[in-house]
Write a new protein. Structure first.
Ligand SMILES: *Cc1c(COP(=O)(O)O)cnc(C)c1O
Length: 401
Protein backbone atom coordinates (compact mmCIF):
# COMPACT_ATOMS: atom_id res chain seq x y z
CA UNK A 1 0.00 0.00 0.00
CA UNK A 2 1.54 3.33 -1.00
CA UNK A 3 0.76 6.62 0.71
CA UNK A 4 -1.47 7.56 -2.21
CA UNK A 5 -3.72 4.51 -1.79
CA UNK A 6 -7.29 5.65 -1.27
CA UNK A 7 -8.95 2.24 -1.39
CA UNK A 8 -6.80 -0.85 -0.89
CA UNK A 9 -7.64 -3.99 -2.87
CA UNK A 10 -8.01 -5.81 0.44
CA UNK A 11 -7.71 -4.51 4.00
CA UNK A 12 -6.51 -7.14 6.46
CA UNK A 13 -5.29 -4.64 9.04
CA UNK A 14 -8.54 -3.14 10.33
CA UNK A 15 -10.22 -6.48 10.99
CA UNK A 16 -7.32 -7.77 13.07
CA UNK A 17 -7.09 -4.53 15.00
CA UNK A 18 -10.76 -4.91 15.94
CA UNK A 19 -10.22 -8.50 17.10
CA UNK A 20 -6.84 -7.93 18.69
CA UNK A 21 -7.67 -8.67 22.32
CA UNK A 22 -9.53 -11.89 21.46
CA UNK A 23 -6.71 -13.04 19.18
CA UNK A 24 -4.04 -12.31 21.77
CA UNK A 25 -6.02 -14.28 24.35
CA UNK A 26 -5.82 -17.28 22.00
CA UNK A 27 -2.03 -16.94 21.77
CA UNK A 28 -1.78 -16.75 25.54
CA UNK A 29 -3.92 -19.86 25.96
CA UNK A 30 -1.84 -21.81 23.46
CA UNK A 31 1.47 -20.65 24.99
CA UNK A 32 0.31 -21.76 28.42
CA UNK A 33 -0.45 -25.30 27.29
CA UNK A 34 2.40 -25.39 24.73
CA UNK A 35 0.30 -27.79 22.68
CA UNK A 36 1.27 -26.28 19.37
CA UNK A 37 0.23 -29.02 16.95
CA UNK A 38 -3.21 -30.60 17.00
CA UNK A 39 -5.07 -30.72 20.30
CA UNK A 40 -8.32 -29.17 21.49
CA UNK A 41 -8.10 -25.94 19.43
CA UNK A 42 -7.81 -27.93 16.21
CA UNK A 43 -10.56 -30.37 17.19
CA UNK A 44 -12.79 -27.49 18.28
CA UNK A 45 -12.26 -25.68 15.00
CA UNK A 46 -12.98 -28.83 13.00
CA UNK A 47 -16.32 -29.32 14.74
CA UNK A 48 -17.32 -25.69 14.34
CA UNK A 49 -16.25 -25.45 10.71
CA UNK A 50 -18.04 -28.69 9.78
CA UNK A 51 -21.21 -27.30 11.38
CA UNK A 52 -20.80 -24.02 9.48
CA UNK A 53 -20.61 -25.96 6.19
CA UNK A 54 -23.48 -28.37 7.01
CA UNK A 55 -20.97 -31.21 6.68
CA UNK A 56 -20.48 -34.15 9.02
CA UNK A 57 -16.71 -33.97 9.20
CA UNK A 58 -13.99 -31.44 8.77
CA UNK A 59 -10.27 -32.25 8.75
CA UNK A 60 -8.01 -29.25 9.31
CA UNK A 61 -4.77 -29.16 7.33
CA UNK A 62 -2.04 -26.65 6.61
CA UNK A 63 -3.29 -25.25 3.28
CA UNK A 64 -6.05 -25.34 0.74
CA UNK A 65 -3.71 -27.04 -1.70
CA UNK A 66 -3.10 -29.90 0.73
CA UNK A 67 -6.81 -30.07 1.50
CA UNK A 68 -7.53 -30.65 -2.18
CA UNK A 69 -4.70 -33.14 -2.64
CA UNK A 70 -5.57 -35.16 0.49
CA UNK A 71 -9.28 -35.15 -0.38
CA UNK A 72 -8.54 -36.55 -3.85
CA UNK A 73 -6.14 -39.16 -2.50
CA UNK A 74 -8.52 -40.14 0.30
CA UNK A 75 -11.27 -40.58 -2.30
CA UNK A 76 -9.04 -43.12 -4.04
CA UNK A 77 -7.70 -40.97 -6.85
CA UNK A 78 -4.15 -41.69 -8.01
CA UNK A 79 -1.97 -42.76 -10.92
CA UNK A 80 -3.77 -43.89 -14.07
CA UNK A 81 -6.69 -41.64 -13.19
CA UNK A 82 -7.99 -38.52 -14.90
CA UNK A 83 -9.41 -35.64 -12.91
CA UNK A 84 -11.43 -33.02 -14.77
CA UNK A 85 -11.41 -29.38 -13.72
CA UNK A 86 -11.46 -25.90 -15.31
CA UNK A 87 -8.48 -23.91 -16.59
CA UNK A 88 -9.89 -20.70 -15.05
CA UNK A 89 -8.61 -21.07 -11.49
CA UNK A 90 -5.58 -20.65 -9.30
CA UNK A 91 -2.87 -23.19 -10.15
CA UNK A 92 -3.27 -24.92 -6.76
CA UNK A 93 -6.32 -26.68 -8.22
CA UNK A 94 -4.25 -28.50 -10.81
CA UNK A 95 -1.16 -28.89 -8.61
CA UNK A 96 -3.29 -30.92 -6.21
CA UNK A 97 -4.49 -33.15 -9.06
CA UNK A 98 -1.04 -33.91 -10.47
CA UNK A 99 0.51 -34.25 -7.04
CA UNK A 100 -2.13 -36.83 -6.17
CA UNK A 101 -0.66 -38.69 -9.17
CA UNK A 102 -3.54 -38.08 -11.58
CA UNK A 103 -3.68 -36.54 -15.04
CA UNK A 104 -5.33 -33.12 -15.40
CA UNK A 105 -8.03 -32.66 -18.02
CA UNK A 106 -10.03 -29.49 -18.56
CA UNK A 107 -13.48 -28.42 -19.60
CA UNK A 108 -14.17 -24.74 -20.20
CA UNK A 109 -16.17 -22.37 -18.00
CA UNK A 110 -19.57 -20.81 -18.51
CA UNK A 111 -19.14 -17.21 -19.66
CA UNK A 112 -21.55 -15.69 -17.13
CA UNK A 113 -20.68 -17.60 -13.95
CA UNK A 114 -16.93 -18.18 -14.58
CA UNK A 115 -17.46 -21.71 -13.23
CA UNK A 116 -17.50 -25.13 -14.90
CA UNK A 117 -19.98 -25.38 -17.75
CA UNK A 118 -21.90 -28.62 -17.10
CA UNK A 119 -22.74 -28.95 -20.79
CA UNK A 120 -19.03 -29.03 -21.60
CA UNK A 121 -18.52 -31.70 -18.98
CA UNK A 122 -21.34 -33.70 -20.54
CA UNK A 123 -19.84 -33.25 -23.98
CA UNK A 124 -16.40 -34.35 -22.72
CA UNK A 125 -17.83 -37.53 -21.19
CA UNK A 126 -19.99 -38.31 -24.22
CA UNK A 127 -17.41 -37.71 -26.91
CA UNK A 128 -14.04 -38.57 -25.36
CA UNK A 129 -14.84 -41.42 -23.00
CA UNK A 130 -16.22 -44.91 -23.19
CA UNK A 131 -17.62 -47.33 -20.66
CA UNK A 132 -15.29 -50.12 -19.61
CA UNK A 133 -17.92 -52.77 -18.94
CA UNK A 134 -15.42 -54.88 -17.02
CA UNK A 135 -15.00 -52.26 -14.28
CA UNK A 136 -18.04 -50.02 -14.73
CA UNK A 137 -15.71 -47.03 -15.09
CA UNK A 138 -15.46 -44.60 -17.95
CA UNK A 139 -12.13 -44.53 -19.70
CA UNK A 140 -10.68 -41.79 -21.87
CA UNK A 141 -10.49 -43.30 -25.35
CA UNK A 142 -7.14 -41.79 -26.32
CA UNK A 143 -5.41 -41.55 -22.95
CA UNK A 144 -6.55 -45.00 -21.81
CA UNK A 145 -7.03 -43.81 -18.24
CA UNK A 146 -10.04 -43.99 -15.94
CA UNK A 147 -11.94 -40.72 -15.61
CA UNK A 148 -12.17 -40.77 -11.85
CA UNK A 149 -13.15 -37.39 -10.51
CA UNK A 150 -14.31 -33.89 -11.25
CA UNK A 151 -13.23 -30.76 -9.38
CA UNK A 152 -15.66 -27.88 -9.87
CA UNK A 153 -14.16 -24.61 -8.62
CA UNK A 154 -16.52 -22.26 -6.76
CA UNK A 155 -14.71 -19.24 -8.13
CA UNK A 156 -14.98 -15.69 -6.75
CA UNK A 157 -17.33 -16.91 -4.00
CA UNK A 158 -20.02 -18.32 -6.28
CA UNK A 159 -20.74 -22.03 -6.39
CA UNK A 160 -20.59 -23.93 -9.66
CA UNK A 161 -23.88 -25.22 -11.10
CA UNK A 162 -23.89 -28.34 -8.94
CA UNK A 163 -27.18 -30.10 -9.84
CA UNK A 164 -26.15 -31.02 -13.39
CA UNK A 165 -22.56 -31.68 -12.31
CA UNK A 166 -23.70 -34.10 -9.58
CA UNK A 167 -26.08 -35.76 -12.02
CA UNK A 168 -23.32 -36.32 -14.58
CA UNK A 169 -20.97 -37.52 -11.85
CA UNK A 170 -23.54 -40.12 -10.76
CA UNK A 171 -24.13 -41.20 -14.35
CA UNK A 172 -20.42 -41.55 -15.13
CA UNK A 173 -19.25 -42.81 -11.76
CA UNK A 174 -17.10 -39.79 -10.91
CA UNK A 175 -16.06 -38.58 -7.47
CA UNK A 176 -16.81 -34.89 -6.95
CA UNK A 177 -14.36 -32.83 -4.90
CA UNK A 178 -15.41 -29.19 -4.63
CA UNK A 179 -12.66 -26.58 -4.75
CA UNK A 180 -14.36 -24.31 -2.21
CA UNK A 181 -11.19 -22.35 -1.45
CA UNK A 182 -12.95 -19.09 -2.40
CA UNK A 183 -16.44 -19.98 -1.21
CA UNK A 184 -16.71 -20.24 2.60
CA UNK A 185 -20.42 -19.96 3.31
CA UNK A 186 -21.59 -19.76 -0.33
CA UNK A 187 -24.87 -21.45 -1.14
CA UNK A 188 -26.45 -23.18 -4.12
CA UNK A 189 -30.15 -23.74 -4.67
CA UNK A 190 -30.62 -27.34 -5.67
CA UNK A 191 -33.81 -27.71 -7.69
CA UNK A 192 -33.45 -31.43 -7.33
CA UNK A 193 -33.50 -31.30 -3.54
CA UNK A 194 -35.59 -28.11 -3.42
CA UNK A 195 -33.30 -26.48 -0.85
CA UNK A 196 -30.20 -24.37 -0.44
CA UNK A 197 -26.95 -26.31 -0.06
CA UNK A 198 -23.77 -24.97 1.49
CA UNK A 199 -20.39 -25.06 -0.26
CA UNK A 200 -18.50 -28.02 1.12
CA UNK A 201 -21.60 -30.18 1.62
CA UNK A 202 -22.44 -31.17 -1.96
CA UNK A 203 -19.63 -33.31 -3.38
CA UNK A 204 -18.07 -36.38 -1.78
CA UNK A 205 -15.53 -33.96 -0.31
CA UNK A 206 -14.49 -30.32 -0.53
CA UNK A 207 -11.35 -28.28 0.05
CA UNK A 208 -11.18 -24.89 1.77
CA UNK A 209 -8.24 -22.51 2.08
CA UNK A 210 -7.72 -20.15 5.00
CA UNK A 211 -4.96 -18.20 3.32
CA UNK A 212 -5.07 -14.74 4.97
CA UNK A 213 -6.90 -13.02 2.10
CA UNK A 214 -9.73 -15.58 1.85
CA UNK A 215 -13.20 -14.86 3.31
CA UNK A 216 -12.09 -16.81 6.37
CA UNK A 217 -8.35 -16.32 6.72
CA UNK A 218 -5.79 -17.51 9.24
CA UNK A 219 -2.79 -15.44 10.32
CA UNK A 220 -0.62 -17.75 8.27
CA UNK A 221 -1.27 -20.86 6.16
CA UNK A 222 -4.27 -23.11 6.81
CA UNK A 223 -6.92 -25.21 5.07
CA UNK A 224 -9.58 -27.84 5.66
CA UNK A 225 -11.39 -30.72 4.03
CA UNK A 226 -15.11 -31.16 4.60
CA UNK A 227 -16.98 -34.39 3.85
CA UNK A 228 -19.94 -36.49 4.90
CA UNK A 229 -17.95 -39.64 4.21
CA UNK A 230 -16.33 -41.14 7.28
CA UNK A 231 -13.72 -43.05 5.27
CA UNK A 232 -12.60 -39.93 3.41
CA UNK A 233 -12.41 -38.05 6.73
CA UNK A 234 -10.31 -40.77 8.34
CA UNK A 235 -8.00 -41.20 5.37
CA UNK A 236 -7.48 -37.44 5.04
CA UNK A 237 -6.65 -37.20 8.73
CA UNK A 238 -4.12 -39.98 8.26
CA UNK A 239 -2.55 -38.42 5.18
CA UNK A 240 -2.00 -35.08 6.92
CA UNK A 241 -0.16 -36.80 9.77
CA UNK A 242 2.49 -39.01 8.15
CA UNK A 243 0.02 -41.76 7.38
CA UNK A 244 -0.55 -42.59 11.01
CA UNK A 245 -3.81 -43.08 12.88
CA UNK A 246 -1.88 -44.09 15.99
CA UNK A 247 1.48 -42.53 16.88
CA UNK A 248 4.39 -44.30 15.11
CA UNK A 249 2.13 -46.83 13.37
CA UNK A 250 2.27 -45.73 9.73
CA UNK A 251 -0.32 -47.52 7.60
CA UNK A 252 0.61 -45.54 4.51
CA UNK A 253 3.26 -42.99 3.65
CA UNK A 254 1.66 -39.63 4.34
CA UNK A 255 2.64 -35.98 4.61
CA UNK A 256 3.34 -33.30 7.16
CA UNK A 257 0.11 -31.42 6.50
CA UNK A 258 -1.23 -30.61 9.94
CA UNK A 259 -2.79 -27.40 11.16
CA UNK A 260 -1.17 -25.80 14.19
CA UNK A 261 -3.21 -24.85 17.22
CA UNK A 262 -2.44 -21.12 17.08
CA UNK A 263 -4.01 -20.92 13.63
CA UNK A 264 -6.92 -23.11 14.72
CA UNK A 265 -7.59 -20.89 17.74
CA UNK A 266 -7.44 -17.77 15.57
CA UNK A 267 -9.77 -19.34 13.00
CA UNK A 268 -12.29 -20.22 15.73
CA UNK A 269 -12.50 -16.55 16.73
CA UNK A 270 -12.78 -15.36 13.15
CA UNK A 271 -15.33 -18.04 12.18
CA UNK A 272 -17.79 -16.38 14.57
CA UNK A 273 -17.66 -13.25 12.41
CA UNK A 274 -17.68 -14.94 9.03
CA UNK A 275 -21.43 -14.82 8.36
CA UNK A 276 -21.45 -11.09 9.14
CA UNK A 277 -18.40 -10.42 6.93
CA UNK A 278 -19.98 -12.41 4.09
CA UNK A 279 -23.14 -10.30 4.43
CA UNK A 280 -21.06 -7.14 4.29
CA UNK A 281 -19.36 -8.39 1.12
CA UNK A 282 -22.73 -9.26 -0.42
CA UNK A 283 -24.18 -5.85 0.45
CA UNK A 284 -21.09 -4.10 -0.98
CA UNK A 285 -21.40 -6.17 -4.18
CA UNK A 286 -25.03 -5.18 -4.61
CA UNK A 287 -24.06 -1.53 -4.17
CA UNK A 288 -21.34 -1.88 -6.79
CA UNK A 289 -23.91 -3.60 -9.04
CA UNK A 290 -26.30 -0.70 -8.91
CA UNK A 291 -23.60 1.94 -9.30
CA UNK A 292 -22.14 0.12 -12.32
CA UNK A 293 -25.47 -0.83 -13.93
CA UNK A 294 -25.57 2.23 -16.22
CA UNK A 295 -22.15 1.26 -17.63
CA UNK A 296 -23.11 -2.24 -18.70
CA UNK A 297 -22.12 -1.49 -22.32
CA UNK A 298 -18.50 -0.84 -21.45
CA UNK A 299 -17.86 -2.29 -17.99
CA UNK A 300 -20.12 -5.12 -16.89
CA UNK A 301 -20.81 -6.24 -13.34
CA UNK A 302 -20.47 -9.90 -12.34
CA UNK A 303 -23.61 -12.04 -12.44
CA UNK A 304 -24.97 -13.68 -9.36
CA UNK A 305 -26.70 -16.67 -10.91
CA UNK A 306 -30.33 -17.42 -9.96
CA UNK A 307 -29.19 -20.63 -8.23
CA UNK A 308 -26.55 -18.92 -6.18
CA UNK A 309 -25.90 -16.93 -3.02
CA UNK A 310 -22.39 -15.69 -3.62
CA UNK A 311 -20.05 -14.70 -0.80
CA UNK A 312 -18.13 -12.42 -3.18
CA UNK A 313 -14.62 -13.47 -2.36
CA UNK A 314 -13.84 -11.25 -5.33
CA UNK A 315 -15.90 -8.67 -7.20
CA UNK A 316 -14.90 -9.12 -10.82
CA UNK A 317 -15.95 -6.73 -13.57
CA UNK A 318 -15.41 -7.29 -17.26
CA UNK A 319 -14.34 -4.89 -19.99
CA UNK A 320 -12.53 -5.02 -23.30
CA UNK A 321 -10.33 -2.17 -22.03
CA UNK A 322 -9.20 -4.02 -18.94
CA UNK A 323 -5.57 -2.88 -18.90
CA UNK A 324 -6.58 0.76 -19.39
CA UNK A 325 -9.19 0.52 -16.63
CA UNK A 326 -6.66 -1.00 -14.28
CA UNK A 327 -4.18 1.77 -15.03
CA UNK A 328 -6.86 4.43 -14.50
CA UNK A 329 -7.79 2.95 -11.11
CA UNK A 330 -4.18 2.60 -10.00
CA UNK A 331 -3.64 6.28 -10.80
CA UNK A 332 -6.76 7.11 -8.79
CA UNK A 333 -5.29 5.27 -5.77
CA UNK A 334 -7.54 2.23 -6.06
CA UNK A 335 -6.13 -1.27 -5.67
CA UNK A 336 -7.18 -3.94 -8.18
CA UNK A 337 -6.18 -7.48 -9.12
CA UNK A 338 -6.53 -9.94 -12.01
CA UNK A 339 -7.76 -13.41 -11.11
CA UNK A 340 -6.22 -14.82 -13.22
CA UNK A 341 -4.25 -13.26 -16.09
CA UNK A 342 -2.88 -16.51 -17.58
CA UNK A 343 -5.18 -19.52 -17.93
CA UNK A 344 -3.74 -22.63 -16.31
CA UNK A 345 -3.51 -24.50 -19.63
CA UNK A 346 -1.22 -21.78 -20.99
CA UNK A 347 1.13 -21.63 -17.99
CA UNK A 348 4.77 -22.43 -18.66
CA UNK A 349 4.63 -25.09 -15.94
CA UNK A 350 2.38 -27.13 -18.23
CA UNK A 351 4.17 -26.52 -21.53
CA UNK A 352 4.84 -30.26 -21.86
CA UNK A 353 1.11 -31.07 -21.75
CA UNK A 354 0.57 -29.81 -25.28
CA UNK A 355 -2.31 -27.45 -24.49
CA UNK A 356 -2.49 -24.38 -26.70
CA UNK A 357 -4.15 -21.02 -27.23
CA UNK A 358 -7.68 -21.58 -28.50
CA UNK A 359 -8.31 -24.76 -26.51
CA UNK A 360 -10.58 -23.09 -23.92
CA UNK A 361 -11.90 -19.88 -25.48
CA UNK A 362 -14.18 -18.75 -22.62
CA UNK A 363 -11.33 -18.98 -20.13
CA UNK A 364 -8.96 -17.22 -22.51
CA UNK A 365 -11.33 -14.34 -23.21
CA UNK A 366 -12.09 -13.94 -19.49
CA UNK A 367 -8.37 -13.79 -18.68
CA UNK A 368 -8.03 -10.81 -21.03
CA UNK A 369 -11.09 -8.88 -19.82
CA UNK A 370 -11.55 -9.41 -16.08
CA UNK A 371 -10.61 -7.03 -13.30
CA UNK A 372 -11.16 -7.52 -9.57
CA UNK A 373 -12.22 -4.38 -7.67
CA UNK A 374 -11.60 -3.81 -3.94
CA UNK A 375 -13.68 -6.25 -1.88
CA UNK A 376 -13.47 -7.20 1.78
CA UNK A 377 -15.66 -7.31 4.89
CA UNK A 378 -15.91 -3.76 6.19
CA UNK A 379 -15.53 -2.01 2.80
CA UNK A 380 -17.36 1.24 3.56
CA UNK A 381 -19.76 3.53 1.67
CA UNK A 382 -17.11 6.12 1.07
CA UNK A 383 -14.70 3.56 -0.39
CA UNK A 384 -17.43 2.03 -2.56
CA UNK A 385 -18.29 5.43 -3.92
CA UNK A 386 -14.67 6.31 -4.68
CA UNK A 387 -14.26 3.08 -6.66
CA UNK A 388 -17.56 3.38 -8.51
CA UNK A 389 -16.93 7.03 -9.37
CA UNK A 390 -13.51 6.20 -10.76
CA UNK A 391 -14.89 3.33 -12.86
CA UNK A 392 -17.76 5.51 -14.08
CA UNK A 393 -15.37 8.31 -14.98
CA UNK A 394 -13.27 5.88 -17.01
CA UNK A 395 -16.28 4.37 -18.79
CA UNK A 396 -17.86 7.71 -19.72
CA UNK A 397 -14.51 9.11 -20.91
CA UNK A 398 -13.84 6.08 -23.10
CA UNK A 399 -17.34 6.19 -24.61
CA UNK A 400 -16.85 9.90 -25.39
CA UNK A 401 -13.61 9.15 -27.29
C1 LIG B 1 -6.43 -20.10 -2.54
C2 LIG B 1 -6.86 -21.17 -3.47
C3 LIG B 1 -6.34 -22.47 -3.41
C4 LIG B 1 -5.17 -22.87 -2.57
O1 LIG B 1 -5.22 -22.56 -1.24
P1 LIG B 1 -3.85 -22.39 -0.40
O2 LIG B 1 -4.37 -22.32 1.00
O3 LIG B 1 -3.22 -21.12 -0.85
O4 LIG B 1 -3.01 -23.58 -0.63
C5 LIG B 1 -6.89 -23.43 -4.26
N1 LIG B 1 -7.86 -23.13 -5.13
C6 LIG B 1 -8.36 -21.88 -5.24
C7 LIG B 1 -9.45 -21.62 -6.22
C8 LIG B 1 -7.86 -20.86 -4.41
O5 LIG B 1 -8.35 -19.62 -4.55
Amino acid sequence: MTSTTKVPFVDLVTMHRELESELLAVCKRVFETAGFIGGPEVEGFEKEFAAFCDAKYSVAVNSGTDALRFALMAAGIGVNDIVITVPHSFIATTEAISQAGARIEFVDIDRRSYTMDPEKLRNYMETQCALDSRTGNYVHKKLGKRVAAVVPVHLYGQMADMDPIMELAAKYNLVVVEDACQAHGAEYFSKKQNRWLKAGSVGQAAAFSFYPGKNLGACGEAGAITTNDETIAKKSAQLRDHGQAKKYYHDVEGYNGRLDSLQAGILRIKLRHLAKWNEQRHAAAKQYDSMLAPLSESVSAPQEMSYSKSVYHLYVVRTESRDELQKHLTEAGIGTGIHYPIPIHLQKAYASMGWKEGDYPETESAAKEILSLPMFGGLNENQLKLVSDAVTQFATASVAK
